[in-house]
Design a protein around this ligand. Structure first.
Ligand code: BTN
Length: 247
């Protein structure tokens, strides 16, 4: 990964640019990275706060020859790579909140956005967007994010090299991508479950069609979340926001 890197001081969204590059046939492993995004986006078309110099705003293009149904697994592969990079470079212990949030002490430090370009029944490209708050201070966050977001520097009490983090994320991602292509999803799933906060807990999953409350049992081999409700019915959830009623 990272043989082709597009670096820009300011961009609307690295994700958008990566989509264009992928569409134009860029090589696998192409990376778009920027110091600042003027319209960074998160899941469900939410805006993603991406101020200058304090974060990692990057998108990675992969081209696995797989059916599109396997695309959600890439969020989980990237999550494991990001968690381990933070552990090794910063000595912190982040957790994963399904599907795409990386938390430290309950506050979000990184979001992952996995998007897909598919042709009939084949993946053409997968764009993995990673947004990490690295050196932002408490006062850099807008009021509405202060309670729910954090940064590496806030948690560690000192600033951290973004270059080292980027390098480690890419190294880990390349490694787990290779393992995934050779051995399938189960080794990743096993690692992922070790970092996941939601598993075994009572959760509320808010989906576009409604809310499901119950115990999170784990994820399937496709990366789908399984929830058991109070009538012991099992629900499989592809995409949702998770809340913890016990907290
Ligand atoms: C989320 O938690 O909702 C996902 C956030 C993903 C943000 C990253 S930052 C780099 C890339 N470019 C974007 O516009 N979004 C992703």
């Amino acid at each position: 990964l990272g043989h082709t890197i597009y670096y820009q001081e300011s961009i609307d969204s690295t994700q958008k640019k990566a989509h264009h590059l992928a569409y134009d046939g860029c090589p696998e492993g192409t990376i778009v990275i920027a110091e600042e995004q003027t319209s960074g986006r998160g899941r469900l078309t939410r805006p993603w706060h991406s101020p200058k110099f304090t974060g990692i705003w990057m998108s990675i293009v992969l081209r696995p020859k797989l059916p599109p149904q396997q695309a959600p697994q890439f969020t989980l592969i990237a999550a494991v790579a990001v968690v381990q990079a933070i552990e090794e470079v910063c000595g912190l212990n982040p957790e994963i909140k399904w599907p795409n949030d990386i938390l430290i002490k309950g506050r979000k430090v990184t979001g992952i956005l996995t998007e897909l370009q598919a042709e009939s029944d084949k993946i053409n490209s997968i764009i993995i967007g990673i947004g990490m708050n690295v050196n932002a201070e408490e006062s850099d966050f807008p009021e509405e994010l202060k309670k729910i977001a954090t940064s590496i520097a806030i948690e560690k009490g000192q600033s951290v090299s973004r270059a080292r983090l980027i390098q480690k994320i890419l190294e880990k991602l390349e490694n787990y991508y290779q393992i995934y292509l050779e051995k399938g999803f189960s080794p990743i799933k096993w690692l992922w479950e070790g970092y996941a906060v939601s598993i075994g807990k009572n959760i509320i999953a808010r989906t576009i069609t409604g809310s499901i409350e119950g115990k999170a049992l784990g994820i399937t081999d496709e990366g789908v979340l399984r929830i058991q409700d109070e009538n012991d019915k099992i629900h499989e959830v592809y995409s949702a926001d998770i809340e913890f009623p016990d907290n």
